[in-house]
Design a protein around this ligand. Structure first.
Ligand code: NAD
Length: 488
């Protein structure tokens, strides 16, 4: 391991493929290949960290913690706002690297996704500063709830929205006074490397914001089992979430997890069918690699044909292509292994006799494209209905009565999100309450108020992020109780 490292050029931007620990670049001798989904070519040889790097990063975060905590919310907010400003100034660089690394549409990255990162930081810095400690008198005592920074926190993020999710998760940790060790996913590690440098440029003291690169089962596993950590926050699959939760439990460390989804998109006969069909068909844009997507279309029988006709029409307008082009609306899948995984789901569905209504094969648009696919299952128990594909594959089912729609919606192990289309307020409230999910959108999708709780039920999550819910997680809530009249 050396501390002097090279940089690589990705999409015209210089970026370091190494760790960022204690304010310095640290390289591992062992490397892994980072593949761009745009052409399946290797764009960087990234440091492949292990136990030693994980320990080094947590030690650095632990040393930096007392100073960062002592700044208080307002002191930290100055640094965090500077970081947010730097993100806004670097939208083009960040968007270019994220696009090359993950293939999210360049125009979406430029227009909103990167700047959402800046919003995440501003929003949490302001919220932490505005926190009012609760005071009250009872039982002859004066009581106050204090929010104390918890300590060094591990933050683990997935590959599908690397920059946005890393900012969404590290912002509350930093604002609450925790120091952070961020481990981005191995399939899209580069935008977080730039984020670390922007944090340094914003003046963050060394060790407050660290980034580790490498595989989940290697550096990730060493990180989350480190005894000096005080919090572990994870976004990714339920499979990895279980393992990380066990590691956190061994050290009795609080743990939150945002995990997979298999959301229903329910269309009632009273709905604006055009809007519903447009949203449903628009869900293929990141090749369906969106945890919150309503991947199970559940449509009332009386309007099923009309809905499908509109759905196909909107899907016909979609363009699979180079995610750097403005005309492209659907990007490629992240990695050859993931393409095979998606293909495996569809092939098994075909073999089981479910009807492939549309797509169901690789596309010639590029090496990692799969055609937008719609499958009508013969049974609700089918794997294609019950398991998250995380690709451009939706299922189509019908119902006659409201209760049937709710039963179908709640029939999987997941509970992350749901989407309803109806013009009835009564139905929106009634069905919205019954759908087991951390968020239910009615006649809209993906609108996010950053102060609202965010998370999943069942295998989709443990705990809540968003607003004060996240700030509480990264804090120790302490009660100070003073005998009245005993101090002056
Ligand atoms: P993943 O679980 O394979 O990996 C996520 C992260 O965890 C990666 O950084 C990985 O390196 C790390 N990791 C894996 N095993 C680990 C271990 N044993 N110890 C420590 N770290 C480990 O998930 P993925 O394939 O990167 O992402 C796709 C999944 O993420 C999907 O299930 C998707 O629904 C989910 N997701 C959920 C949300 C949400 O907000 N609920 C958001 C985005 C993605």
């Amino acid at each position: 391991m050396s501390s002097v490292t090279g940089r690589v050029e990705v999409a015209g931007v210089e970026v370091s493929p190494d760790h960022f620990i204690g304010g310095e670049r640290v390289a591992s001798q062992s490397r892994f290949e980072d593949v761009s989904p745009i052409d399946a070519g290797v764009i960087a040889e990234v440091s492949r960290g292990g136990e030693r790097e994980a320990d080094q990063a947590v030690q650095a975060a632990n040393e930096a913690f007392p100073g960062w905590a002592a700044l208080g919310p307002a002191g930290r907010a100055g640094y965090i706002h500077r970081l947010a400003d730097l993100i806004d100034e670097n939208v083009e660089r960040l968007a270019a690297v994220e696009n090359a690394d993950m293939a999210m549409l360049l125009r979406s990255l430029r227009a909103r996704v990167i700047s959402r990162g800046a919003k995440n930081f501003r929003s949490y810095a302001d919220l932490a500063t505005a926190y009012e400690e609760r005071d009250w008198h009872s039982l002859g005592t004066w009581n106050r709830v204090q929010r104390m920074p918890a300590g060094p926190a591990a933050v683990i993020t997935p590959w599908n929205a690397p920059f946005m999710l890393s900012t969404w998760k590290t912002a509350p940790a930093l604002a609450a006074g925790c120091t952070v060790v961020l481990k981005p996913a191995e399939w899209s590690p580069l935008s977080c490397s730039i984020l670390a440098e922007l944090a340094a440029e914003a003046g963050f003291p060394p060790g407050v914001f660290n980034v580790l690169q490498g595989y989940g089962e290697e550096v990730g596993a060493s990180l989350v089992s480190h005894p000096l950590l005080k919090r572990v926050s994870f976004t990714g699959s339920p499979e990895a979430g279980r393992q990380i939760g066990v590691a956190a439990a061994r050290n009795l460390v609080p743990f939150t997890a945002e995990m997979g989804g298999k959301g229903p998109l329910i269309v009632f006969e009273d709905a604006d069918l055009d809007a519903a069909a447009r949203k449903a068909a628009g869900q293929y844009d990141d090749s369906g690699q969106v945890c919150l997507a309503g991947t199970r279309l559940i449509v009332q029988e009386s309007v099923a044909d009309e809905f499908l006709e509109k759905f196909h029409r909107y899907l016909d307008e979609q363009v699979l292509g180079d995610p750097r082009e403005d005309s492209t609306t659907i990007s490629p899948l992240i990695h050859p292994e993931h393409l095979q995984r998606v293909e495996g789901f569809v092939e098994r569905a075909r073999a089981e006799g479910h009807r492939i209504v549309r797509g169901g094969r690789r596309s010639e648009a590029g090496p990692l494209f799969y055609e937008p696919t719609l499958i009508e299952p013969t049974s609700n128990d089918a794997e294609i209905v019950q398991s998250e594909v995380f690709g451009p594959v939706l299922t189509f089912q019908t119902f006659s009565e409201e209760e049937e729609a709710v039963a179908l919606a709640n029939s999987t192990e997941y509970g992350l999100s749901g989407v309803l289309y109806t013009t009835s307020l009564g139905r929106a409230d009634r069905v919205g309450r019954q759908v087991r999910a951390g968020i239910v959108w009615v006649n809209t999708f993906l609108v996010r108020d950053l102060t609202a709780p965010f998370g999943g039920m069942d295998i989709s999550g443990i705990g809540r992020e968003g607003g004060d819910y996240a700030l509480d997680f990264y804090s120790e809530l302490k009660t100070l109780q003073i005998l009245e009249g005993s101090v002056g």
